[in-house]
Design a protein around this ligand. Structure first.
Ligand code: SF4
Ligand code: SF4
Length: 240
């Protein structure tokens, strides 16, 4: 395959051999997003990312639940007992949106406790995301953003991966039924990493032994950002 053929295929709306319509949509969407992002500010690119992903998720969910009930309801939170893994740009969006609450001493202590717990677990030998996730769930440890009332305290600004969790039957800790649309999950990761690369956000990841791309457990990421020496620079970049 020549590079010209590759470029044409990336922009084609037609599914190629072995590709579902949904995958073709994701490929085309990513390709056009990557190109248009080059002439956009970070703020505009993020708006576009949210608009595209939410519209598609809405469409898929409406179609999937056309003939079955959506079991999720406000106050049901079994799925919120997992450690969310978020890209640096999502951590920053969340932090700045709720900064007045997140920068309060009480919330910072909660974040610090989260960091200490994860460190403790790593010290006990849990190193991978799934291992940590499973311990979280087993101990029914809530997400740092879950309110006492069992509702998400940042519901309107909750990360996209939380929006992509749906269930046709009410979950319990013994029996979970939630799932996420795989194409949406993959595209979400791809778009966030492209944003990180295009705006050179990875340079802000100052952690020792940092991974190749800047992903964080939610609580650790919020704590890390609240102490970041370039907080103002990141804020300005996001608002541009
Ligand atoms: S995914 Fe499961 S736990 Fe989460 S709100 Fe829906 S039914 Fe409840
Ligand atoms: S951010 Fe909100 S919706 Fe997402 S896991 Fe945490 S509490 Fe649940």
């Amino acid at each position: 395959m020549t590079s010209t053929q590759g470029a044409n295929e990336g922009n084609s709306e037609e599914p190629t051999h072995g590709e579902s319509k949904d995958e073709a949509w994701a490929r085309k969407t990513f390709s056009s997003f990557e190109v248009s992002m080059r002439s956009m500010s970070l703020g505009n690119a993020l708006q576009k990312y949210h608009a595209v992903m939410e519209a598609r998720l809405d469409r898929l969910a409406k179609s999937y639940f056309a003939n079955r009930e959506l079991a999720c309801y406000a106050g049901c939170s079994v799925c919120c007992h997992q450690p969310l893994v978020l890209h640096l740009v999502e951590i920053a969006e969340l932090y700045f949106r709720y900064e007045s609450r997140f920068s309060k001493a009480g919330f910072l202590s909660k974040l610090q406790a989260e960091v200490l717990t994860l460190d403790l677990w790593r010290g006990e030998g849990l190193t991978t995301g799934p291992e940590i996730s499973s311990r979280y769930f087993r101990e029914a440890r809530p997400c740092v953003l879950l309110g006492e009332d069992g509702k998400c305290s940042v519901y309107k600004g909750r990360p996209f991966m939380c929006r992509n969790l749906l269930a046709p039957k009410v979950c319990t800790f013994e029996s979970v039924h939630f799932f996420g649309f795989a194409t949406i999950g993959r595209l979400d990761k791809q778009m966030l990493e492209a944003i990180g690369k295009n705006y050179d956000l990875n340079r802000f990841d100052t952690r020792p032994n940092k991974p190749e791309t800047p992903w964080f457990f939610l609580g650790e990421g919020l704590w890390w950002l609240s102490k970041h020496p370039q907080l103002e620079e990141i804020r300005i970049l996001l608002r541009a």
